[in-house]
Structures are given as structure tokens and as C-alpha cells.
Ligand binder design. Sequence first.
Ligand code: NDP
Ligand code: MG
Length: 389
Amino acid sequence: MRRASVFGATGSIGCNTVELIAASPEEWDVVALTGGHNVALLAEQARRLHAELAVTAHAECLADLREALAGSGIEAAAGQAALLEAAERQADWIMSAIVGAAGLAPGLKALEQGSTLALANKESLVAAGPLLMRTARQAGATVLPVDSEHSAVFQALVGEDLEQVERIVITASGGAFRDWSLERLAAATPEEAACHPNWDMGQRITIDSASLFNKALEVIETREYFGVAPESIEVLVHPESLVHALVGFVDGGLMAHLGPPDMRHAIGYAMHWPERRALPVERLDLARVGSLTFRAPDEVRWPALRLAREVMAAGALSGAAFNAAKEAALDAFLERRIGFAEMAEVVEEVLARLDGETALCADVTLEHVMEVDHLARQRADEAVRERRT
Ligand code: NDP
Ligand code: MG
């Protein structure tokens, strides 16, 4: 049996992971499940998978969690320290599916113990890619991509030599607003942005898909994960979301990965890698699909993509600033303090204001990253307030 923990078990990726674990209980010994506010679901999952421990990120939710687990013999804990302790419990395979930069510290702890980390939490690679990868190398840990595009690239690279990769193309559906006029886009509401045409995901990543900030994070994620030059990473708008990524080689060959828009494929691949297992996902019927369409992204319409290129060029800690500013701008949009199109403007302002404070320091630590994260959120709040005065 393999010992497994799921961080962010109550979210969209987490629930899919729990489903897949529950489908083969004889293979998994579940150590820790973590969640946030949804303690009723967390307790239900912990009972179902016979977990050793359930942790909520929020101290005020502990009493409810304890009550929901009463009589089960499952330990309950709460808060940041408890999350880190859960990540320190020996496990062979750990799913990192907390949303946002909050996933970074538990992910690093999991890597320090040499586990295999299935990484859905792209924000930690954007904010601290070199630190994460260095920690994995030093501990002999493995990081496996769960983001669908990166899982696709990873699968297209099996048996290949990275030296012979000329370009990596990740696709973008274009999100909820791909055909909206710029005027209509400016007035888009959080409810409208939270409806994805193809994928069923958490609220934050769905809105990031509409602004293409999700794709911007994924461009940086591609660079951090595969170590390729920024100019060899391309984005292609593909409204059907069936081709997830393509890898172009020096001989002109292009390997595409296709599959239904169902995260259980990428999660299941990371669970069983290097083997493949039968998974309960729909099989594509390309004759029925008929045609696949592609177009180049418009970087004027989607400034997030241009910002990602600037962040990669700046290097150092600017990924941490970019991610935190994006998270703060999204919070402001959700609270209706700024409009949809203003999110990118706020992020751009924060990057300009922080220039110099994200300078390169030799060995980036978690403390450096969190300091820049904190500063970027402060600057974003200032930028949002100034717009309203
Ligand atoms: P959800 O919002 O659905 O779930 C987020 C999870 O994190 C929940 O378990 C939530 O708990 C928990 N959580 C929220 N805030 C905190 C915090 N401050 N500390 C600890 N835990 C917290 O997100 P998704 O499942 O959509 O996404 C998870 C990660 O996977 C993200 O990084 C996302 O970018 C990435 N990803 C997601 C994809 C998808 O299809 N959903 C595809 C590719 C990547 P609770 O709900 O109980 O409050
Ligand atoms: Mg993705």
C-alpha cells in the first residue's frame, strides 16, 4: 500500500483526487486530508478514506471539525502549523491542491521528506519555482505536474531528450469571455467570469481563465517545470479544450496530447506514474468532434500574457510578486472594488512599484518569497484604493 495525503481535499482537484483514491482503497493508506472552511465535507472524506488525520487551515473551524469527526478515531487539527505538521507526516504520494500561495509552505515540507508531490498548486511554482525544484533535488523527491497542459507536455516528453525540444505550446480555451467586445469585458461581473465554457474548476482558477491570468501563470509554470527558454513557450487559443499541449522538436515533428477536459486524467496519471491505469474518463470520439480550431492569442486583449513574459525576463522574485498581485487583484474584483479589466492594470502597477524589491538574491528562501508576496499584496491594495479616490 502507498501512503497518501491530499492537501486541499475539499476543492475541485481535491474532490477528484479523493474519488480516484476511493476507487482503489486496497492501494492507498490515507495519512492526512486538509481543507479550509468546508469542514463537513472534510470530515466526510476523512471517514470515507479512513484517514489518520484531518486538518482545517482555519483555527475557528476546529470545533466543528472535531464534532464532525466525533467517535471516528480520526485526529483533528487546525491552523498553519498543523498544515505543516501534516506535510511532515511520512507519505509516499502527496497531492498539492490548496489554491494560491498558501500551498507553497506545505508543498515544500512535503518535498523535504522526499515524497512524490503531485503539483496542482501552480502558484507555488510561479512564486518559488527554483526554491521548489532545488528542495526536491536535495531531498531526492519527485514533482509531477497535475495541471492538464503540463501533464500533457510531460507525457509528450516520455522517452524524449529535452535538448531536442524546440518549443512547447500550451493551449487556452479563451475562458468565459473569449468572444466578448472590450467594452463588454470591462463591465464583466464575478458571476459571469466564474462560468467556464469547458472545464469544471474552482472559482478562482475559473476567473483566472477568463482573464488569461491562468494561462500567464502556466507559461511561467512551463518555464519552471521544464527549464526551457521563455521564447520557446507559446500559447495557442483552442476553444474546444481537447488538445492540451504540443511539444515541437528540432526535426519539425510536433507531438500533441489530446483528451477530454476532465482533470481526473492528469490526476490519475500523476497517481500511477510511471504506469498507466484505466481511468473513468470519457473517450474522445474525434469523428463526432469533427474539427479542432486554433488561433493566436491577442496580447492587447489579454495583457496577462505580456506581463508573464516581462516577469520571466525580470526573473528573481518577480514571479512571487506577480502571483501575489494577481491574487490580491482577484480578491478586489470579487469584492467588486475593481472591474474585470482593471485586474491586469493593478498587477502591472504593482510590478512597476516593486521594481528593485524583487531583485535577485543568491539562494532564495521561503522567507524571501513570503516577504515579496506580502509587499505585493500591500502595493496591490494601495493601487486598488487609489483608483477609488
Ligand atoms: P478550489 O477553490 O476548488 O479548492 C481549493 C482548496 O484549498 C480547498 O480545499 C480549500 O478549502 C483550500 N483552501 C483555500 N484557501 C486555503 C488556505 N488559505 N489554506 C489552506 N487551504 C485553503 O480550487 P481548485 O481545486 O480549483 O484548485 C486547486 C489548485 O489546483 C489551484 O492551485 C489551481 O490553480 C490548481 N488547478 C486546478 C485545476 C482545476 O481543474 N480545478 C486545474 C489545474 C490546476 P475549503 O474549500 O474547504 O475552504
Ligand atoms: Mg491548466
